[in-house]
Design a protein around this ligand. Structure first.
Ligand SMILES: [Zn+2]
Length: 230
């Protein structure tokens, strides 16, 4: 589907989903989605599942529309949240309208190695995991003011892995230097961890719809490290 042949309309978002996690010392918050919020419209993502209901990834409305057009949608969850208006029928003069659902299962099933992959360790993902806090001083910072700190420094054999990196502000990172937290007398405020794929999906989308969040939450382990009643 060509972009210029389609217009997009937000028809229902429900309340913006509450964060799935409550951080020990902070809460992420964002403005709610509302119909007609055109700035955010293109940021709405549809949750893609395989036919067995296993979570795959976020997808754009364009990709979702292609699935519908190819007849590749096995089933959906939730009421339609977006409407794509297509071309005009030459005979009837009516425009086609395609409702898109917030959660879409495509035919077929995912290869097992496509399930629960390790999220890429980007700074954006790292800072999202740590809720844009410096894990040494506990202050919140913009993305530009944060750095990737290696808890066990690379110079001491530390590795660039999820379990060994935290977000840190410039002053804390430079104060710590090439030392471990113990050597620097700077204890960590939280233990770094590798997010599961589901956690990654929650952390990487600031515009999760209520139906999607409910579904993703149901996929989190019961005794989740971030489990909360948020
Ligand atoms: Zn700091």
């Amino acid at each position: 589907m060509k972009d210029d042949e389609a217009t997009l309309r937000l028809i229902r978002t429900g309340p913006r989903a509450a964060p799935a996690f409550s951080h020990p010392f902070a809460q992420a918050a964002g403005p709610p989605l509302s119909p007609g919020d055109t700035v955010r419209l293109d940021r709405v993502r549809l949750l893609s599942l395989d036919a067995h209901g296993r979570v795959l990834d976020w997808m754009s409305w364009q990709d979702a529309a292609c699935l519908y057009a190819r007849g590749a949608v096995a089933w959906t969850l939730g009421d339609p949240c977006l409407q794509v208006r297509g071309g005009t029928n030459r005979d009837s003069g009516e425009r086609s309208v395609l409702p898109l659902h917030p959660i879409i299962a495509a035919r077929g099933h995912a290869r097992s190695k496509a399930l629960d992959p390790t999220p890429a360790l980007t700074n954006a993902a790292l800072f999202a995991r740590d809720q844009h806090l410096c894990l040494y001083c506990g202050q919140a910072f913009s993305r530009q003011a944060l750095t990737r700190d290696h808890v066990m420094p690379l110079s001491q054999g530390g590795r660039d892995t999820w379990e060994n990196v935290v977000g840190a502000c410039f002053p804390c990172n430079s104060r710590k230097g090439g030392r471990t937290p113990a050597q620097a007398g700077m204890p960590l405020l939280a233990v770094p961890f590798r997010p599961s794929w589901i956690e990654h999906l929650i952390l990487s989308n600031r515009n999760i719809l209520a139906d999607q969040m409910a579904f993703l939450r149901s996929q989190l382990p019961k005794k989740h490290r971030f489990a909360s009643a948020a």
